[in-house]
Ligand binder design. Structure first.
Ligand code: FE
Length: 205
C-alpha cells in the first residue's frame, strides 16, 4: 500500500502551485475557488441539518412538508446544492429506526451534514450496515430493541437521505435554536439518537 509522507506545508505548497497554474491557464477562476472553500469551511455542515430537524420538531406543518418532499422543504431554509439536491427525509419513531448508508461509495448530503465521517466511507460500514444493522448500531453504542424495525436506506448519486431523529423527552420548553444544538451529525445518519441536555438537577447517584 503506497504511503505519502508529505508534510502539510508541502501539500499546501503543491496545492497553491496547481491552483496558480490552473488560474493562469484560465481553467479555474480564483474567486470561484475562494467561494467553494468558504462554503466548505463556513456554510455547509451538520448545523444545517440540525436546523432542519429542530424546525420539524417545533412545527408540525413543516414536518409534514419535510416528510412529503424533503428537497423543497429543505430549500425553504435556503439550503440547496452541494450534493443535497434530491433529499428524502425518513422519520424515526418508537416503532422504526432509520439508518443511512451508501453501499456503493460514499454518497452523502454535504450541504446539510458537511463532509462525511471516515467510518461512513469505510468498507466495513458500507457492507455491514445492510447485512447486520442491529449489530453495527450496537457498536455505535445504540441498542435498538428487537421489536423496533430497522430500515436501512442506500444513498446514491441521485438520492440522499436524512434521518429525522425522535425529539427527546423533557425538551418541551426548549427553543428551536436550543433544540438544534442537541442534534448531532450521527443522529441524522441514524447511528445515534438525540439525548436531552444534561441538567444538574436531574443527575442521580
Ligand atoms: Fe455513494
Amino acid at each position: 500500500m503506497p504511503h505519502s509522507h508529505h508534510s502539510e506545508s508541502d501539500i499546501a505548497l503543491r496545492v497553491r502551485a496547481i491552483e496558480s497554474l490552473l488560474a493562469e491557464k484560465g481553467i479555474i477562476d480564483p474567486a470561484t475557488l475562494d467561494a467553494i472553500i468558504d462554503a466548505y469551511e463556513h456554510r455547509i455542515g451538520p448545523h444545517n441539518g440540525a436546523r432542519i430537524v429542530a424546525k420539524a420538531w417545533v412545527s408540525y406543518d413543516y414536518k409534514q412538508r419535510l416528510l412529503a418532499d424533503g428537497t423543497s422543504a429543505i430549500a425553504e431554509l435556503g439550503l440547496t446544492g452541494f450534493s443535497s439536491e434530491h433529499m428524502v427525509v425518513v422519520e424515526n419513531t418508537p416503532q422504526v429506526h432509520n439508518l443511512v448508508v451508501c453501499t456503493l461509495c460514499s454518497c452523502y448530503p454535504w450541504a446539510i451534514l458537511g463532509l462525511p465521517p471516515t467510518w461512513y466511507k469505510s468498507f466495513a460500514y458500507r457492507s455491514r450496515a445492510v447485512i447486520e444493522p442491529r449489530k453495527v448500531l450496537q457498536e455505535f453504542g445504540l441498542d435498538i430493541p428487537d421489536e423496533v424495525e430497522i430500515r436501512v436506506w442506500d444513498s446514491n448519486a441521485d438520492l440522499r437521505y436524512l434521518v429525522l431523529p425522535e425529539r427527546p423527552s423533557g425538551t418541551e420548553d426548549m427553543s428551536e435554536e436550543a433544540l438544534a444544538d442537541l442534534v448531532t451529525r450521527n443522529a441524522m445518519i441514524g447511528t445515534a439518537k438525540v439525548y436531552p441536555p444534561r441538567s444538574p438537577s436531574t443527575i442521580t447517584a
